[in-house]
Design a binder for this molecule. Structure first.
Ligand code: HEC
Ligand code: HEC
Ligand code: HEC
Length: 350
């Protein structure tokens, strides 16, 4: 009996030392060029699949992903943040990334193998030891879902559809594509937006508000993986230039958003009067009021889908924003989902 215990103790001490010795000797190869043994490859994929599937079970309910307003922001982000590794219908994966181990898969063939919840798990958390990054901010599940909605569509897209969805412009034809520098217009161009867009209209906002918003994204005071990546590589001095540029843009005429007139009327009452019993202030006491603080955003003509999402974020406590954003957190707290539908319908038509 005593001998067995000794053996065990010797093993427990020796085994890690042996491991260290093998690591120190340099005998183990970390070369990507030689690839994995087939068995290692199989094992790693098996572990990855199991990890993703088990965690996906706990994922909250899958929201509706058919909303077309979800696609453009995700598609634009895919072009700048994902296509460099995964390629796209407009551009194959470059040879340099095919030499990664493992190589980033062609999503056209691999996406159909995963469920929505599994894709959510992969896109939100990334995959360790593979180069697949996590979503830049962990508090914006709505953005991750929009990316899931987009990658679902990816396998059926041809180059033209992809270019249209991601807002790429200045491209010749498929096959001659060069990666374009990130442009704000690929997402924010007025002619690409409508009332169902989750991307906001910028024209009509004051320079002060736009600059505060851009600073809030770049200082990570307003969490958004999409906008964080868009402003992340810009030098600090270009933020005031961009704010000034967009503040001067004319507001393009477009068809008035279609909403039930009864809904809009209720929204008007709330915007003008608030509701004292629920401590909801009149929105118009701050927004779109002559002489109001220029750091308060304009809501009239803003896309209702974008405003609904922002109000939800204020209610969850994840919107963030400038040093004035606490004013809005209090104002949004007691709005019901019906109030949100009504008041955003009203402002979008105003
Ligand atoms: C630096 C390169 C890189 C970037 C950038 C990248 N990925 Fe990946 N991605 C990978 C690699 C490598 C894998 C394979 C992981 C594995 O096999 O375990 C992967 C796997 C995936 C998968 C699972 C597919 C499968 O069957 O393995 C999805 C979906 C995915 N990526 C989506 C995205 C999205 C969306 C983005 C942008 C937000 C993105 N990736 C950015 C490298 C990258
Ligand atoms: C890939 C698409 C994409 C690109 C590129 C992009 N944006 Fe955005 N932008 C968005 C989305 C989506 C939001 C909403 C983010 C959120 O939920 O906070 C947004 C929000 C904003 C806001 C906040 C507006 C408001 O009403 O609060 C400003 C300002 C802005 N973007 C300016 C820019 C500028 C300037 C650039 C170029 C440097 C740029 N964006 C590039 C998609 C994009
Ligand atoms: C006390 C002043 C105040 C009141 C009252 C107020 N807001 Fe706001 N609201 C703000 C401020 C300030 C911001 C911008 C926060 C920031 O700097 O990011 C904001 C932001 C918003 C946004 C996001 C706009 C964008 O472009 O991202 C929406 C939507 C909004 N408010 C809707 C409402 C509604 C609906 C009401 C009425 C129920 C309301 N607000 C009442 C001050 C107020």
């Amino acid at each position: 009996m005593t001998i067995r215990w000794k053996h065990l103790i010797v093993l427990v001490v020796i085994a890690p030392l042996l491991g260290l010795a093998v690591g120190w000797s340099g005998l183990m190869s970390v070369r990507a060029s030689t690839g994995h043994w087939a068995v290692t490859d199989w094992f790693l994929h098996w572990v990855m699949r199991n990890s993703v599937s088990v965690r996906a079970v706990a994922t909250a309910d899958v929201p509706p992903l058919e909303d077309p307003g979800l696609v453009p922001g995700a598609a634009g982000h895919f072009e700048t943040g994902c296509a460099i590794c995964h390629g796209s219908p407009a551009q194959p994966r470059p040879d340099s990334v095919l030499a990664m181990l493992p190589p980033p898969p062609d999503l056209k063939t691999s996406v159909p193998e995963w469920s929505d919840a599994e894709l959510f798990e992969i896109v939100k958390h990334g995959v360790r030891f593979t180069g697949m990054p996590a979503w830049p901010v962990q508090s914006r599940d709505d953005e991750v879902w929009s990316m899931v909605a987009f990658v679902r569509k990816l396998p059926d897209m041809d180059a033209g559809e992809y270019i249209a969805a991601s807002g790429l412009h200045g491209i010749g034809h498929a096959g001659e594509v060069s990666p374009l520098p990130l442009t704000c217009e690929s997402c924010h161009a007025e002619n690409r937006l409508n009332d169902g867009s989750h991307i906001p209209r910028l024209a009509g906002q004051s320079e002060a508000y736009l600059l505060n918003a851009l600073k809030a994204y770049s200082d990570k005071q307003r969490p958004s993986g999409i906008m964080q990546v868009a402003v992340g590589t810009l030098p600090a001095e270009s933020l005031p230039e961009l704010a000034a540029y967009y503040a001067k843009q004319p507001i393009a005429a477009r068809p008035v958003a279609q909403h039930d007139p009864a809904l809009v009327e209720k929204g008007r009452t709330l915007a003008e009067q608030g509701r004292l019993s629920d401590k909801i202030p009149a929105c118009l006491s701050c927004h779109d009021k002559a002489g109001a603080n220029l750091a308060y955003p304009k809501l009239s003509g803003q896309n209702s889908a974008y405003m609904r999402q922002q109000l939800k974020l204020f209610q969850e406590g994840t919107r963030g924003g400038s040093s004035y954003s606490h004013l809005m957190t209090g104002s949004a707290k007691n709005l019901t989902p019906e109030d949100i539908n009504e008041v955003t319908a009203y402002f979008s038509q105003r």
